[in-house]
Ligand binder design. Structure first.
Ligand code: GAR
Length: 214
């Protein structure tokens, strides 16, 4: 199950990856909190069920999250992915999906939680930037890290160029983590992300290390 708010390029990367032969998972549905989210079109094009649930139709955050939970549970998904879902979630919602709710965030967490991550990386003079996939817990962008990918910030980079480069990394990260989960290799044990039974370092695994066989 994938939750989105916008263009859904990460959703597209997941659709494409899961369409491959021997895939252990499929996307049962896509929910957007905005009716004009282009990701809904991507899902429909791939024959995936879609729902729109506008937060504007609810009196408060708790009421929206309860309705969202009902929509999600109707699909009975094993895993819920936040792929550019631009909503802060209530503690009750997050607890309900503990261990099966993942988020992709456009920074090297724990740096730059929240919004405007690319500009903030530039403003702080960071030499590197990137993306992170993590388990979602009650702390915003604060749950156990699973996998990160880094890019170098070079002279002349601006927020737009960083966004483009970071998103290219995101399209690699999220499908790989979903594969691990689908193969029953990835778990949240107490407050620790674990891969193949062993704890993942608190700083997360690095895609570059995996690729070079470390
Ligand atoms: C992605 O870059 C994702 O990391 C970010 O929104 C973008 C969605 O793009 N998510 C957040 O900022 C969450 N705080 P997409 O709709 O094209 O996949």
């Amino acid at each position: 199950m994938v939750l989105i708010s916008g263009s859904g390029t990460n959703l597209q990367a997941l659709i494409d990856d899961l369409a491959g032969q021997g895939s252990l998972a499929s996307i049962v549905g896509v929910i957007a909190n905005k009716a004009d989210a282009y990701g809904l079109q991507r899902a429909a094009n791939a024959g995936i069920a879609t729902r729109t649930l506008s937060h504007r139709d609810f009196v408060d955050r708790a009421a929206f999250d309860q309705a969202l939970q009902r929509e999600i549970d109707a699909f009975n998904p094993d895993l819920i992915l936040l792929a550019g879902f631009m909503r802060i979630l209530t503690a009750d919602f997050v607890k309900h999906y503990r261990g099966r709710l993942l988020n992709i965030h456009p920074s090297l967490l724990p740096k730059h939680k929240g919004l405007q991550t690319h500009q903030r990386a530039l403003d702080e003079g960071d030499l590197e930037h990137g993306a992170t996939v993590h388990f979602v817990t009650e702390e915003l962008d604060g749950g156990p890290l699973i996998l990160q990918s880094r890019i170098k910030i070079i002279q002349g980079d601006d927020a737009a160029s960083l966004a483009t480069q970071v998103q290219q990394q995101e399209y690699l990260l999220f499908p790989l983590v979903v594969r691990w989960f689908a193969a029953d290799r990835l778990h949240l044990n107490h407050d620790r992300a674990c891969l193949d039974g062993g704890p993942i370092p608190a700083s997360g695994l690095r895609l570059e290390d995996l690729e070079s066989g470390i």
